[in-house]
Design a protein around this ligand. Structure first.
Ligand code: NAD
Length: 361
C-alpha cells in the first residue's frame, strides 16, 4: 500500500494505492465518517458486476445502508440530465448532508458523481474509487468535477475535493489494452514534465506495466499520482503551475475535438506531446535524441506519434476557437529535457501549424 497526500489545508486528503484495496473501502470510510448511517454508491452496470459486491460487503460490515445508483456506460451520459436522475435517486433514499457518495469507475463516473456530490444539498462527502488507469493517475486527484453540455466537454463544473481516494490496481486487470494505453499517455506525461528518472523506469519496464505486473504497475500509478498531487497541492484552482499538466494538450484537445471525440484523449495527447516536443526541437530548446526517446516509449505503450486522419483545417480552427491563439501566438507547454518543461506563451502559430503538417516529426 502506498499513500499519496494532496495537501490543501482543511481539504487535504489521501490517495491510497495498492493491490486488493476495494474491500477496505467500508473500513476506511467508517474511519473518516464515524457516524454516517447510509452511503450511496454511484457506478455503471459493468463495473458494478465486476467489483460492486467487494465494495458493498465491506460497507455492510461497517453498518452502512447502501443505495446503489447506476448510470449507463459512456461519456454521452456525463450530462445534466443524468445528474438530475442521480439527484432524484438520492432524494428517493433520503440522502442527507452527511451521506457519503462513493464513485466507482473511470473518469466519466468520477466527474459526474463528483459533480452530483458537489451540488446536491450544497455538497456531500465524496470518496473516489477510480477503476481506470487514467482515473487512478489523473482524474481522481485535484477535485475537478464536471458534466458536458452541448458540444463542449466539461463546461459545467465545480471544484469539490474528495475525502479519500482508493485506487485498487487489481481492478485495472479487467481493462482492455486500449484503455491501458489511454492512461499510459498521462503516465508518460508525468515523466516528461517532472521526473526524468521515472521516465527511464517506464522505458525499461513498459511491457511489464502493460502486463499488469506488480510491483511495477503500482509504482507507476503511485509515482504518477504523487506528481499530480504535488502540482495540484500548489495550485488548487488551476491559476499557475497546474498549467504544466497540459503538456501535449494544446494540440491534443484540438485533435480530439476535430475528430468529434472519435479519437481517444490519450491518443490525442500522445500526438500532442510529440508535436509540442518537435516545436521545442525546431526552436533549438530540446534535443532531437530525447524526442526520439519519447516517440519510442509512446509506441511501446501502444500510442500514436503522428497526426491522425483528421482534417487539418478543423484542428487549426479548434486551436483558434480555444482562445489559445492570440495575435498569431499560441501558449504551449514545451520540454527543455525529459523531466523538465516550461510555459511558453509566445510560440508562433505558423510554426505550430508547420510542425503539425510536417510528416518528419
Ligand atoms: N476531473 C479531472 O481532472 C479529469 C482529468 C482527466 C479526464 N477527466 C475526464 O475523464 C473522462 C475519461 O475517463 P476514462 O478514460 O477513465 O474513461 P471512462 O470513465 O469512460 O472509462 C473507460 C471505459 O472503461 C470502463 N471501465 C472502467 N473501469 C473498468 C475496469 N476496471 N475494468 C473494465 N472496464 C472498466 C468504463 O465503463 C468505460 O467503458 C472524461 O470524461 C474526461 O473529461 C477528468
Amino acid at each position: 500500500l502506498r499513500t499519496v497526500r494532496v495537501s490543501l489545508g482543511k481539504r487535504s486528503y489521501e490517495a491510497r494505492i495498492g493491490h486488493d484495496l476495494l474491500g477496505w473501502a467500508g473500513k476506511w470510510l467508517r474511519q473518516v465518517m464515524p457516524s454516517a448511517e447510509k452511503a450511496a454508491l454511484i457506478t455503471n452496470p459493468e463495473i458494478d458486476r465486476l467489483y460492486g459486491a467487494m465494495v458493498k460487503q465491506g460497507l455492510e460490515k461497517e453498518g452502512f445502508k447502501i443505495a446503489t445508483l447506476l448510470v449507463p456506460e459512456g461519456e454521452e451520459h456525463k450530462t445534466l440530465d443524468t445528474a438530475a436522475k442521480l439527484y432524484a435517486g438520492l432524494q428517493a433514499v433520503h440522502a442527507e448532508r452527511s451521506t457519503p457518495i462513493l464513485a466507482m469507475g473511470g473518469g466519466v463516473i468520477g466527474d459526474l458523481a463528483g459533480f452530483v456530490a458537489a451540488t446536491y444539498m450544497r455538497g456531500l462527502p465524496l470518496v473516489l474509487l477510480p477503476t481506470t488507469l487514467l482515473a487512478q493517475v489523473d482524474s481522481s486527484l485535484g477535485g475537478k468535477t464536471a458534466v458536458d453540455h452541448g458540444p463542449v466537454k466539461n463546461n459545467i463544473g465545480v471544484f469539490h475535493q474528495p475525502l479519500l481516494v482508493i485506487a485498487d490496481t487489481f481492478a485495472l486487470r479487467s481493462l482492455p489494452q486500449a484503455e491501458v494505453s489511454n492512461g499510459l499517455a498521462e503516465v508518460i506525461k508525468y515523466g516528461m514534465i517532472r521526473d526524468g528518472a521515472f521516465f527511464k523506469l517506464l522505458e525499461k519496464n513498459i511491457e511489464k506495466i502493460r502486463a499488469f505486473e506488480d510491483p511495477l504497475l503500482e509504482e507507476a500509478v503511485a509515482r504518477s499520482a504523487a506528481i499530480k498531487a504535488a502540482i495540484v497541492s500548489k495550485d488548487e484552482r488551476d491559476a499557475g503551475i497546474r498549467n504544466i499538466l497540459n503538456f501535449g494538450h494544446t494540440i491534443g484537445h484540438a485533435v480530439e475535438s476535430a475528430s468529434d471525440f472519435r479519437i481517444r484523449h490519450g491518443q490525442a495527447v500522445a500526438t500532442g506531446m510529440v508535436k509540442a516536443s518537435a516545436i521545442a526541437c525546431r526552436l533549438g530548446l530540446f534535443p532531437r535524441s530525447q524526442l526520439n526517446r519519447l516517440k519510442n516509449l509512446l509506441l511501446q505503450a501502444g500510442l500514436p506519434v503522428t497526426m491522425p486522419e483528421v482534417e487539418m483545417a478543423r484542428v487549426i480552427a479548434a486551436m483558434e476557437h480555444d482562445k489559445k491563439v492570440q495575435g498569431g501566438k499560441v501558449r504551449f507547454i514545451l520540454p527543455r529535457s525529459i523531466g523538465r518543461v516550461f510555459i511558453a506563451n509566445e510560440v508562433s502559430f505558423a510554426l505550430a501549424v508547420e510542425v503539425m503538417e510536417g510528416g518528419d516529426d
